[in-house]
Design a protein around this ligand. Sequence first.
Ligand code: NAG
Ligand code: NAG
Length: 481
Amino acid sequence: MLGYRSSLQLCLAALIANTVSYSPTPNANHIFNAIHSSMRQWGSSLNHNGMSFFLATVPEGTQLYHGDWRSDPIQGPEWLAFEPEHALVFARPHPHNPPPPGDGPSPPQQVVGEPNQAEDGFLHTFAAARDLRLLYVDGMSAGKTSNGTMDSQDRILFHGGREDGGEGWMEEGERAELFCRMVQERWGGRLDGMLRMEAGFEIILCDFARNIEVLRVSRVRPREEGMPGGKIGDHAGRLWLPAVASRYWNIGGDRVRLNYDYLVTAYVYGLDLFPAGERSQPRLEHLPSNELEPMRRDLDALIMNHETSESSTNWQAVADMVVERYGNRLRYLASGQASTLQQLQEEIEDIVTPFIDYDRRNTSIEVEQCSKHFVGRSMSVTTVAADAVLSVSRSICATLLNALHHTEYDLVVGQIQGLINYLSWTTWKDCNGCGDHEICMIPMWPLGTVNDYNHPQCRDFAQLDGEGPRYWALQFPLRKP
Ligand SMILES: *[C@@H]1O[C@H](CO)[C@@H](O)[C@H](O)[C@H]1NC(C)=O
Ligand SMILES: *[C@@H]1O[C@H](CO)[C@@H](O)[C@H](O)[C@H]1NC(C)=O
């Protein structure tokens, strides 16, 4: 018995010596998720406090929409939507879109409630007259909330641009004017506008005459007086949210190209971005201005030194391969369905076996081959995006390959659960398979409840707006810190 135990211990020591230790790049998981969720309504709604800026191109000819109570030609700066149903929300008076004189300002709360009595307006349909050069602010960056969705704009982008030199909340019109003035005065006209997301992606376009052609201006469907169909809340269920939810996983049609080789992200400056704990949403609000100065300089340099049209490696496509390869497998391994150590290790070995040379077992070589499986020879691997994607891939491969050498079931499952918590992939929150007249409802500003965030469920178009506490704190009244 003693002999057996001591030989087992020797064996254990040798096996544990055969594991690799690996320390991930700081915030690699968050940068990976920002790349994975870029230009996707789903992930950008869940990780709604965007910390990154990308250069973006919208190709010439792309159709874009603007809702307005006027039929006259639109002058910039103004807002354009990718989905026409999103633009229809603004065909009636709204803060994006000043109401006819005499109506007074209408706060955005009215988007979800009863609209002002006003004439039914117009849907303006445009086509981009040339490739549009845009700055993409990621996350729910058009969500007018005090929950951090505007942090990157108000603390990074607009700091230094405000006339009073101060920081803090701004009106939407002020943001648009300021951005377009910065394009001219600070960046030598190198951009045409800004790309953001709320419930739907939108562009703030500075110069309409130069950049866009009118295809048509149509009167919108009249409101049915006294009918539930007359409410914008109902419009959200029947038109708006189903249309933007169709873009959960892709803006589609190659309507936006991002440059992933050069991006500016708050995750690489050693900042304390999670004052409320690592499981909460990141903030910039609490950080002293001087700590943000290096990021502001890098944003200027991004805009001044790079063209939006430069070719770049599509690291989102690589991130997709990683998520699709491992997402379901990891969840299965953590589920307890493989209920013995041997079953669990067989499942794990099935995943990593292509990267093992059974004549020459060497875990560090196996981890290296497993984590670089996605990388083509011509890809530049020295960028922030490459480093984050490779670091995440290496964390997965090291956890799986090390698990083959462990001798305790609970240890293996615990490490895989730890990996899942670290990765926090947005795909794991998907409802998986809603009905044809349903969407998997999550909060998309200005709609949604706390429960929609914590437990997304399939909801019928007729009942998208759930009960219980609202998720978003509206950014009203406007205040300065
Ligand atoms: C948003 O901010 C409000 C006000 O600060 C807060 O009460 C609420 O809990 C926040 N919601 C989320 C989801 O962070
Ligand atoms: C595994 O491979 C690495 C890299 O080639 C090498 O440094 C290391 O000594 C090898 N380990 C074993 C146990 O052979």
